[in-house]
Write a protein that binds this ligand. Structure first.
Ligand SMILES: Nc1ncnc2c1ncn2[C@@H]1O[C@H](COP(=O)(O)OP(=O)(O)O)[C@@H](O)[C@H]1O
Ligand SMILES: Cc1ncc(C[n+]2csc(CCOP(=O)(O)OP(=O)(O)O)c2C)c(N)n1
Ligand SMILES: [Mg+2]
Length: 351
């Protein structure tokens, strides 16, 4: 292909997001039906309806996203649905239909698959969303669940990643680092006996809660300028938001809502809880920017009307030249412009 990769270039060389850029060049999304193609949490396409159609897919691969001993099949189904619900939430959409591609070894008990689909159904049901189809194939040695989720939004009810402007405040829902703590417990890397901490951390890892009602309510205010969900880690996803919007960010370390179970787990293994909260990933919280002048109070009120989830103002958007920096309580700054979050082919902060 002209202008394409050299024959020796590998996925490891370009990384996950370099690869997505290459694919995006082949599909720039200029067709009249494509409102937002490759590059955001979901694709947005136009139909004859007064709503836009939203489409997204994310998969769960044994050994990459989950360890079979660390969750049950219901959990896995819940997780596979929720990571997709979370992307739809980050766009302000309403979930409607899922199609599921299931790849499994022939030895897998049928009950396991039924439990998996029960978990998926339970995650979709509160939104009256459901599984309408899929595909099934044998996998030689592991379980893979790939979910495609369709949803809808009114044209003025979506929030993309690219609208953040200098001066906006940066807000995150819930707490961070809990899923990373759960992963450490799942891997057997945490010694000692703290059953309550273990339980909470494992729940964050196994059964994330997608912020669907929150995303829709936030988008409906018309005051949220950019939004995405935290799957790759706060810093990784903040970087995605900043790159898409052409801005930088200043984050106050003291304002990061570190999950208590992350704090306790990290300290028990001599790790830095803040590091897990910043780079852990898979918390599936919403990260968004709000015009400082344009009604932070109104946005928070809208959030409070649909949910009792906590939120934290963690910093503000600055011009692109400033990069991404974290400010510590003693005034020192760490530039994180060059540090990323989870990259399937490059850096994996959990090593
Ligand atoms: N293999 C692919 N082919 C086409 N588009 C892709 C591919 N992988 C990712 N994308 C697109 O790139 C963007 C970023 O993907 P990703 O980082 O997986 O997003 P998310 O964290 O929201 O799941 C999305 O718009 C997604 O649809
Ligand atoms: C066994 C195991 N190892 C590592 C992780 C950590 N991990 C795997 S994928 C991932 C990032 C999020 O997954 P991805 O497929 O990139 O979702 P997306 O960003 O596309 O929504 C993280 C933090 C895990 N969940 N399980
Ligand atoms: Mg993805």
């Amino acid at each position: 292909m002209p202008g394409g990769a050299t024959p020796t270039e590998t996925l490891g060389d370009v990384g996950e997001f370099g690869l997505i850029q290459r694919i995006r060049r082949l599909f720039p999304g200029t067709e009249p039906t494509v409102v937002h193609g490759i590059g955001d949490d979901v694709a947005v396409v136009r139909t004859d309806s007064d709503h836009l159609l939203l489409v997204t897919c994310d998969c769960q691969i044994e050994g990459v996203h989950f360890l079979r001993h660390a969750l049950n099949f219901w959990d896995l189904g819940w997780r596979a649905a929720s990571v997709n619900l979370s992307d739809l939430a980050a766009m302000g959409g309403e979930p409607l239909w899922a199609v599921v591609s299931l790849m499994a070894p022939a030895e897998l008990p049928v009950k396991a698959v039924e439990d998996l689909y029960r978990g998926m159904a339970d995650a979709l049901r509160p939104w009256q969303a459901t599984v309408v189809g899929g595909n099934t194939a044998r996998h030689p040695d592991r379980l893979v669940v790939d979910v495609t989720l369709l949803g809808r939004a009114r044209p003025d009810g979506i929030v993309t990643r690219d609208g953040a402007r200098p001066g906006d405040v940066i807000v995150v829902t819930g707490t961070l680092g809990g899923a990373r703590a759960g992963l450490e417990w799942a891997r057997g890397r945490v010694a000692g006996d703290a059953p309550e901490v273990r339980k909470q951390a494992m729940a964050r890892y196994r059964t994330p809660r997608a912020r669907v009602a929150e995303g829709k309510a936030l988008a409906a205010t018309g005051r949220v300028r950019a939004m995405l969900d935290v799957s790759d880690g706060l810093l990784g996803d903040l970087r995605h938001l900043c790159q898409a919007s052409g801005v930088g960010a200043l984050v106050e370390a003291a304002c990061i809502p570190v999950d208590p179970c992350c704090r306790q787990t990290a300290l028990s293994v001599g790790a830095d809880p803040l590091e897990w909260a910043l780079r852990g990933g898979e918390d599936y919280e919403l990260l968004f920017s709000v015009d400082r002048q344009g009604g932070v109070g109104q946005v928070m009120e809208a959030l409070g009307a649909v949910s009792d989830v906590a939120f934290a103002v963690i910093g503000w958007i600055v011009p692109r030249e400033a990069g991404i920096q974290v400010v510590f309580p003693d005034g020192t700054r760490r530039s994180l412009t060059a540090e990323g979050g989870w990259d399937h082919f490059g850096s994996r902060p959990d090593k």
